[in-house]
Design a protein around this ligand. Sequence first.
Ligand code: ADP
Length: 260
Amino acid sequence: SAQRTLELHLVPYDIEQYLLIVRDISHLKQLEQVRKDFVANVSHELRTPLTVLQGYLEVMDDEHLPDKAMWKKAHNVMLDQTKRMELLVQQLLTLSRIEAATKVPFDNEVDVPSLLATLEQEAQALNHDKQHQISFAVDSKLKVTGVSEELRSVFSNLLTNAIKYTPSNGIIQLSWQRQPNGAVFTITDNGPGIALQHVKRLTERFYRVDEARARNTGGSGLGLAIVKHVLSWHNSKLVINSEPGKGSRFSFTLPPELVL
Ligand code: ADP
């Protein structure tokens, strides 16, 4: 069982009598720990690309200037690392914006065709070196209310992950359909799958199954934390079904009150 933190207060009660008040502050301690971990994680995530940038910049200052091919390589690495920091900062801002929001700005109606069009574009760009077979089965007559900007980032995160983590020539199926219980979204891939002990923690900030591999793919580790938060705005939950070696399925249902 979890360790408890207790705070003891001795309060004068009567002549030569004291009252011992015991307060359970485990919850406050936990919050404090979450905050500390968060700051440590952000610092770590920023320091890694900065170290790489600094290393290359120092080499470039060398009198014996490396040849053109070296320059090209250094340039590419520095650009990649800069993009990584940019993504991290952008996702941190998104996370803090959605966590701070007190009133959720629902649209009258989400423009599903436009949302689908951006998704398809994004998939195409990312899929260039992956050559996955990606299929979209979205009910074009689907009408929902929600926060379109944030819903877009939910779809985009789940799709991007499927493309990134599935090895080349995979099969990815995205579907969004009206069902009796609401608008059901699923994305299935035949990638590496995720073991149960990781599945449970996947939506925690900065949690990654394989630190090294996930870093190489350029993720920030914040994507699913954002997804979870946005879905909670829509009274919905992310459901993850996965079998190591077979693939994963991420799904959620927008409840009937959000389906028009
Ligand atoms: P990241 O920015 O690292 O992709 P996410 O929060 O989006 O962060 O995802 C957390 C982790 O979940 C990833 O690092 C990866 O290990 C795992 N993951 C997410 N989607 C998939 C998937 N479709 N297949 C296998 N692993 C996945």
